[in-house]
Design a protein around this ligand. Structure first.
Ligand SMILES: [Ca+2]
Length: 346
């Protein structure tokens, strides 16, 4: 009895687990599902295990808003991709007192044309890159013992240097931006950031900063966005000698998190552009939730720079010129800055 009791004790959970798995598989096989597949300029909707009663109507919504969707068969439907903006969406079918939903993710492949090319100092290991309100271009260059910042103005034929800073030998400079009328400079592993008055360009504060500092850009009057090489962006504010984190967003596309976010650029207080380190891609991010809305493939420009210069390194440096609605793009040790006009932005 003792032996049988032992076997029963061992066998019962195994048999129960096996039966339970069978029933899970059976349930999964019969579960109604709505699957959305991207096809050129449209989306194909496939229904599985969902009974359609031909005498009853089908009502569709995208994010709760009623839409009209073309029927191909009882199990396949279709709608134009222009029906949805970039980002995450939910498609729901209401039919015969039943409801079924599926999610989709639209990322726009952004197109551009190069409207002009201007020279870039090819001795700069570009880290920070932005225009101020007076159309002056600010650029920071990294590496230990070589870090510096320049304030420049393009006069139509050459760059005029208006101001500059040389950092201490132990400082590896990274992103730069303006906040509350001062320049803010981030450092890679120094565990602090510095603020500088603008006239004269002079260090005013050194504020503790935890972790690695990579990219920096404006968050309007609200603060700054900071990257650290991960998929997270932090919105920060400076108060006295302290740095406060106001918000963190996780940047991801339909596949998962986008790591190696580097130089940043804010646009229209809605979007953030980010260089993806060691790639020739720039992503367009929704400031609200970190959703990647668009992808800008600049591999043609990257290959061009690397073919004309042995030293040319990664794409890094995005400056948005608001008045002209152009993006000024460069890279580490690149010989050129490319002025881009986007032709299908959202
Ligand atoms: Ca920038």
């Amino acid at each position: 009895m003792k032996t049988w009791g032992f076997y029963l004790l061992v066998l019962f959970p195994i048999l129960w687990l096996a039966c339970n798995n069978d029933s899970d598989d059976a349930t999964a096989e019969n579960t109604p599902s709505l699957n959305i597949v991207s096809q050129d300029s449209s989306y194909l909707v496939n229904l599985t295990n969902f009974e359609i009663d031909k005498s009853k109507a089908c009502q569709w919504t995208i994010d709760g808003i009623p839409v009209s969707i073309q029927k191909i068969s009882d199990t396949q439907y279709k709608f134009a991709s222009s029906l949805v903006k970039a980002g995450k969406h939910n498609l729901t079918l209401f039919h015969n007192e039943q409801r079924i939903s599926g999610s989709m993710y639209k990322i726009i492949s952004l197109h551009y044309k190069v409207v002009k090319t201007v020279p870039h100092r090819s001795d700069l290991f570009t880290e920070g890159f932005f225009f101020d309100a007076e159309d002056n271009l600010w650029e920071s260059s990294g590496l230990d013992g070589k870090s510096k910042i320049f304030k420049m103005r393009w006069n139509g034929s050459r760059w005029q240097i208006l101001d500059s800073i040389k950092e201490a030998p132990e400082e590896f400079g990274e992103g730069i931006s303006l906040l509350n009328g001062e320049l803010v400079h981030l450092y890679w592993k120094n565990q602090y950031l510095k603020t500088f008055s603008l006239q004269p360009l002079k260090n005013t504060k050194t504020i503790p900063f935890e972790g690695e500092g990579w990219g920096l850009c404006s968050a309007g009057s609200d603060g700054l966005w900071v990257s650290n090489g991960s998929s997270q962006l932090r919105k920060i504010q400076l108060k006295g000698n302290q740095m406060l984190t106001l918000k963190t967003i996780n940047v991801s596309n339909d596949i998962g998190p986008i790591n190696n976010l580097n130089e940043l650029e804010e646009m229209n207080e809605k979007f953030i552009w980010a260089n993806v380190w060691q790639s020739d891609h720039i992503v367009l991010i929704d400031q609200e939730n970190g959703t990647v809305l668009g992808d800008l493939d600049l591999s043609t420009l990257g290959q061009q720079e690397r073919s004309i210069s042995f030293n040319a390194e990664v794409l890094n440096g995005i400056a948005y010129h608001k008045k002209d609605n152009t993006l000024w793009i460069t890279g580490k040790y690149w010989k050129n800055i490319y002025i881009l006009k986007l032709t299908n932005l959202l």
